[in-house]
Write a protein that binds this ligand. Structure first.
Ligand code: 5GP
Length: 181
């Protein structure tokens, strides 16, 4: 599977080391509260499971699912809720955990939705940030790595549901997909 990568951006060791730092920062920042940590499925499941094991304060975990790129590498611009939270957002300090911030459409929609439901605060933790592609001014409060404008796979990120289980993250070789990114 690694043969399908043009290059590896971050190895498993590099990811784990940086996530440890971010987890420690989150533990300090939320020391006075019990945040609700929300993983945005499917892509965030790997990052969330690593991140929460570096958080040493009481937290609750829930998941939300939105529509994704499917088998394409282009965002449609529209967000659909596929799975909602199991518990109310009202009054909660929420940490949204996302795989990558690209145009900002998904997180803008989720943040607005949670604020409208009465969340006390909403912050964003993202494994990767692709600021060059931003259409909506979303800035993650916690970000592990800023990445170039390329289509990434691995560490939760897929192409046509493949590659999510790679422990590194890398750039997919363009000949693997036909769409322009
Ligand atoms: P946004 O709404 O910010 O445009 O896009 C967010 C979602 O698009 C991410 O959660 C992810 O599922 C998908 N996405 C954005 N960039 C990439 C990428 O480089 N690789 C993959 N596999 N998915 C991406």
């Amino acid at each position: 599977m690694l043969d399908d990568l043009e290059s590896v951006l971050y190895t498993s060791e590099q990811l784990q080391s940086r996530i440890g730092e971010v987890g420690a920062q989150i533990s300090r920042d939320y020391a006075q509260t019990h945040p609700l940590v929300i993983g945005v499925l499917k892509g965030a499941f790997v990052f969330l499971s690593d991140l929460v094991r570096h958080i040493d304060i009481p937290i609750e975990i829930d998941f939300i699912a939105t529509s994704s790129y499917g088998s394409s590498t282009q965002s449609s611009g529209a967000v659909r809720m596929l799975k909602d939270l199991d518990q109310p957002a009202e009054g909660r300090d929420i940490l949204l955990v996302e795989d990558i911030v690209d145009t900002g459409t998904t997180l803008n929609y989720l943040r607005d939705t949670l604020i409208r439901r009465g969340a006390r605060s909403v912050k964003i933790a993202s494994a990767f940030d692709k600021p060059s592609r931003r259409r909506i001014p979303i800035v993650p409060d916690y970000c592990c790595f800023t990445v170039p404008n390329a289509f990434l796979v691995g560490y939760g990120l897929d192409y046509a549901e493949r590659y999510r289980h790679l422990s590194c993250v890398g750039i997919l070789r363009p000949e693997i997909y036909t769409d322009e990114h």
